[in-house]
Design a protein around this ligand. Structure first.
Ligand SMILES: [Zn+2]
Length: 261
């Protein structure tokens, strides 16, 4: 059999109009040929939404759509450009509830595998020294995933970026909550309680992580979709924003309201 050749598809996103180059690797073509539907989705992360192009085993474009929730039986691969955002994770696979999402630049050398809550996470690390912490954070991620159910693809890709940005440190007790918010990111709107914010600013000078800037920021983003609040060009900044919001949530300053997009 002839080797399957990589292809590049240039497509316009129906949501934001951005032209995206989607890399269809030989692995992707193989996955399409092996999948029950004969198709595989390739996900291009656009921050607040994800464009997915479906390709068949010959690499033909079989439709583009902006993706909401993962369905049973769905096989999706991240466009390799997504991996460039991350510094610790070289490749990954998440599978749960009959769907799977993965992103690898080539054949992974060694995979760290974490199981929990009916889901599985496999991670290829750039540095194996990170393995114990990657596994601990991975467990929190799977805990959150089992509570959320069928996740949104934007939330899932955001969670992998947060996982990447988190593994320098051992997981905090709020790790699972962070992933739960991230996995639900498209459904959540931030609400700020002005009285609690006033109260907190009164003793802000005694709280080490808190600066007047943080409270100003919280007041400014009242009513914003969570995705807009955490959106940043790099995973470390996104993680920092999530950590700040979690701290403010614990002090009753912010809460997250479910509003379907
Ligand atoms: Zn787009």
């Amino acid at each position: 059999m002839a080797a399957r050749a990589a292809r590049l598809l240039r497509l316009r996103c129906p949501e934001c109009g951005r032209e995206s180059d989607v890399h269809v690797t030989p692995d992707t073509l193989g996955a399409a040929a092996a999948s029950p539907t004969g198709l595989v989705g390739v996900a291009d992360y656009h921050g607040d939404h994800v464009m997915v192009v479906y390709v068949d085993g010959e690499g033909r474009d079989r439709g583009v759509r902006v993706f909401r929730a993962l369905q049973r039986g769905e096989v999706v691969r991240a466009n390799p450009t997504y991996l460039a955002y991350m510094s610790n994770i070289a490749g990954f696979r998440v599978a749960s509830g009959g769907w799977s999402l993965e992103g690898f630049a080539g054949s992974p050398r060694a995979l760290l595998r974490v199981l929990g809550g009916g889901g599985a996470l496999e991670v290829e690390l750039r540095d194996l020294a990170r393995a114990p912490q990657a596994a601990a954070w991975g467990e929190r991620f799977l805990e959150a995933l089992s509570r959320v159910g069928q996740p949104d693809l934007s939330g899932l890709l955001l969670s992998i970026l947060l996982l990447d940005a988190s593994m320098q440190h051992p997981p905090s007790p709020f790790a699972s909550r962070m992933f739960e918010l991230a996995l639900n990111v498209r459904r959540l709107t931030l609400r700020v309680d002005p009285d609690s914010a006033d109260l907190l600013s009164a003793y802000a000078h005694r709280v080490p992580w808190l600066s007047p800037r943080v409270l100003e920021f919280a007041r400014r983003v009242d009513g914003w979709p969570l995705l807009r609040v955490v959106a940043a060009p790099d995973p470390l900044t996104m993680r920092e924003r999530m950590a700040t919001l979690l701290s403010l949530e614990r002090r009753g300053v912010v809460r997250f309201e479910v509003t379907e997009p």
